[in-house]
Design a protein around this ligand. Structure first.
Ligand SMILES: Cc1cc2nc3c(=O)[nH]c(=O)nc-3n(C[C@H](O)[C@H](O)[C@H](O)COP(=O)(O)OP(=O)(O)OC[C@H]3O[C@@H](n4cnc5c(N)ncnc54)[C@H](O)[C@@H]3O)c2cc1C
Length: 337
């Protein structure tokens, strides 16, 4: 504002203004419903991807938003900017989600999410184990393993006795995302989940009850638990080589406690192709004059999995791609106006 910029809130852009092959502004609808135009020497589109657009998620990745895929999302990221750029001739390129995993609606069930993701028995809807649960501290590996299971989810099972041990001695896996007192404070959230009928958490007192609630054949579930407990007793996971210190027998003492974990992400990344100046490229890899993109709309430097080794990677890209586009636009204006 000090530099004279005008900021229009509650004024979604609806399209790009193209003249003589150049981008010279945006159309928008202001908060009173009036159509307006904002003209400029260049445009930067940075609308954050399409993480909240159910149809685009289905078309691009085959997932059903809020049904078998439960991401974090920045509200309002509906793919508007990408659609505008594609309409203006931008190449469709590199749309992805960076795969992670979490409970559905996890921000409302943060303690459950923290506590139930310990490396106990993780099974799919068929009642089978499918990975070394010792890797559950790695959201990327686990998300990708879940993505291959029926329905893109898995049940992580522990019992009251194991939880008691965690409360006393600390969990098997520590993380820096969830609250440190989660294990001591979780009981109230278990109760709230049952009161509110939250289906991301399942509690049962017997294998039969558990099988019924999970919709898994009781004999199959018992067999999986027996096999698992045998390996715990032997101290050797002959299926997936989980570390022996994570092999706690699940006897049901204190009740079975289960989290239903789904694949997830932090919105989407990518959709258009930019060059090192932030210029948006057309189908022939030629820059569209005056059109720049930054942030998640243009972030194609990561793949289809959360970059576990570089936390903050998408914000870092958002900030720096915006800065680089700004520098390039200053040069573009110097050279062309
Ligand atoms: C809970 C959560 C935790 C996260 N944690 C991390 C983290 O630890 N590290 C990390 O790197 N990243 C994290 N992210 C991701 C990070 O927030 C995004 O990568 C980043 O915000 C992308 O910035 P952006 O500017 O591209 O888009 P955004 O920040 O999403 O901004 C896009 C904006 O465009 C607006 N918009 C959309 N359509 C229109 C339109 N038609 N007209 C006008 N405006 C429009 C949207 O309302 C939004 O305000 C997290 C995200 C969430 C939701």
């Amino acid at each position: 504002k000090e530099l004279g910029a005008e900021i229009y809130l509650e004024t979604p852009a609806t399209g790009l203004i193209m003249e003589d092959g150049k981008c010279v502004g945006v159309k928008a609808v202001d908060k009173d419903g009036e159509e307006i135009e904002a003209r400029g020497k260049a445009v930067v589109v940075a609308t954050g991807g399409f993480g909240t657009n159910k149809e685009m998620i289905k078309d691009n990745f085959g997932y059903n938003l809020w049904e078998d895929y439960f991401p974090f999302n920045v509200p309002g990221t509906t793919g508007d900017g990408l659609n505008m750029m594609w309409d203006a001739g931008a190449q469709k390129f590199g749309a992805n989600i960076e795969m992670i995993y979490q409970l559905k609606d996890n921000m409302n069930w943060f303690l459950l999410d923290a506590v139930l993701r310990q490396p106990n028995l993780l099974i799919n809807q068929n009642g089978d184990r499918f990975m070394n649960e010792g890797m559950m501290g790695n959201t990327t590996y686990t998300g990708n393993a879940l993505a291959l299971q029926p329905g893109h989810y898995g049940y992580c099972i522990m019992d009251g006795k194991i939880l008691k041990n965690y409360k006393k001695n600390g969990p098997d896996i520590f993380d820096i995302v969830h609250p440190e007192d989660a294990f001591l404070a979780v009981d109230a959230e278990f109760d709230r989940a049952e009161e509110e009928g939250y289906d991301g958490f399942i509690r049962a007192d017997s294998i039969e009850e558990l099988a019924e609630k999970l919709g898994i054949d009781a004999d199959k579930l018992e067999e999986t638990l027996d096999d698992y407990n045998d390996m715990c007793d032997e101290g050797y996971d002959s299926q997936f080589h989980k570390k022996h210190e994570y092999l706690h027998p699940i006897t049901g003492k204190g009740g079975y406690l289960v989290g239903k974990y789904y694949i997830a992400a932090y919105g989407t990344v990518g959709g258009v192709r930019i060059n090192k100046y932030g210029e948006v490229m057309d189908a022939n890899l030629k820059p569209i004059p005056g059109l720049y993109s930054a942030g998640s709309d243009a972030n194609t430097i990561y793949g289809d999995s959360y970059n576990f080794t570089l936390c903050g990677n998408t914000m870092g890209f958002a900030i720096n791609s915006g800065r680089m586009a700004g520098e390039a636009i200053a040069d573009y204006i110097d050279e062309n106006f």
